[in-house]
Ligand binder design. Structure first.
Ligand SMILES: Cc1cc2nc3c(=O)[nH]c(=O)nc-3n(C[C@H](O)[C@H](O)[C@H](O)COP(=O)(O)O)c2cc1C
Length: 338
């Protein structure tokens, strides 16, 4: 796509409160996906100069290519925001038409746009006009099962200059229920000739290979499987590239990376201007935000389940470090199924 080549064709999904720069840099080092995305940011908030939102689209050395994902319902505001993202160095601008949560949809943004094709097309057209970088769109299949809107919409987006479509193969009303229906990706493949990325329920390399085979998609996007588990993403990439699968990380490595992640998030918050005006310290905010994900890093390690409740009450880096070092003292290897 223009100056960007997505190699390997495995993408890290945009995920709110997960794919911040601290996590992206870890994932880049450990797994090396072909493209990563910021969590979604509100176009209105960026246009109003919200420091919190501007921080989310800051690009850090070593994480390119990076897509910035924006959501909104107003073509002019989306276009202006896309210009700001480009100015801040985004390699591409992705438009969110997949978020199903009421707080987003009730404003007419996210997946609500699947019910309003004219506004959806106007947004893509205006954003494409506003920037030189590629513009891509991430959609769900439609609002409800009775309406598979993605093919018609994707054609219209291609017509006004979108350079890639990602389909999370569920309907908006489903949330995360049921299984992703990869047949929908296969159907969409027939509708457009721009690159198509398939998304939904990829957990291991066999899934990714099967999705490529069944759907004819050009890339696959991985979300939940990578949360607190960059090694899972690494194994998916290795499998797709035909490389031998690397070993499972040791307990020590999992604990070490969890702590590295927490330190990086504290530093990130410290470096953000708005942090200085907040009453909670960067450390406290980072610990609060990451406690749940730290728990996932150590899932299955003997003793981790018992630690769960105390971990969720911890408020400092030191407490978490002591707990994790205690867990990893023996350093045996742990299997994925443990
Ligand atoms: C915690 C979380 C946050 C998410 N935030 C976003 C987001 O900001 N933008 C977006 O397009 N999708 C978001 N998603 C959806 C994912 O990008 C992806 O489409 C979905 O999780 C399906 O892929 P998976 O089965 O590999 O997880 C989010 C998903 C999760 C679990």
């Amino acid at each position: 796509m223009g100056a960007i080549s997505i190699a390997p064709p495995i993408l890290l999904a945009p995920m709110e409160d997960v794919t911040n720069a601290a996590f992206r840099l870890l994932v880049k080092r450990i797994a090396g996906p072909g493209l990563m995305f910021t969590e979604f940011v509100s176009a209105r908030a960026i246009e109003h100069g919200s420091k919190r939102s501007l921080n989310k689209i800051r690009i850090h050395p070593g994480e390119r290519p990076l897509g910035v994902q924006i959501f909104g319902d107003e073509p002019g505001v989306m276009a202006e925001t896309a210009r700001i993202c480009e100015e801040m160095g985004a390699d591409l601008v992705d438009i969110n038409m997949g978020c199903w949560v009421p707080k987003v949809c009730k404003t007419g943004s996210g997946a609500a746009l699947l019910k309003d094709p004219d506004t959806a097309e106007a947004i893509v057209r205006e954003v494409v006009r506003a920037v030189r970088v590629p513009v891509t769109v991430k959609v769900r299949a439609g609002w409800t099962h009775s309406q598979f809107a993605a093919p018609e919409l994707a054609k219209r987006f291609e017509g006004v200059g979108a350079k890639m479509i990602t389909l999370h193969a569920r309907f908006a009303k489903q949330g995360f229920e049921g299984e992703a229906d990869w047949k929908l990706i296969e159907e969409l493949r027939k509708a457009v000739s721009i690159p198509l990325v398939g998304n939904g329920d990829i957990r291991e390399s066999e899934d990714a290979l099967r999705m490529f085979e069944i759907t004819g998609c050009d890339g696959v996007m991985v979300g939940r499987a990578a949360i607190s588990n960059p090694w899972a993403l690494r194994r998916i990439i290795e499998g797709v590239q035909g490389l031998p699968q690397s070993q499972e990380p040791s307990i020590r490595e999992r604990a070490g990376v969890a702590l590295e992640h927490l330190r990086a998030l504290i530093e990130l918050y410290e470096s953000e201007e708005y942090g200085t005006q907040r009453k909670d310290s960067a450390e406290l905010r980072a610990v609060r935000n990451l406690r749940g994900q730290i728990q996932l890093y150590i899932k299955g390690i003997p003793g981790a389940a018992a630690m769960r409740q105390s971990l969720m009450k911890m408020t400092s880096y030191r407490e978490i470090e002591d707990a994790l070092l205690g867990l990893s003292a023996g350093d045996p290897l742990v299997s994925e199924s443990a």
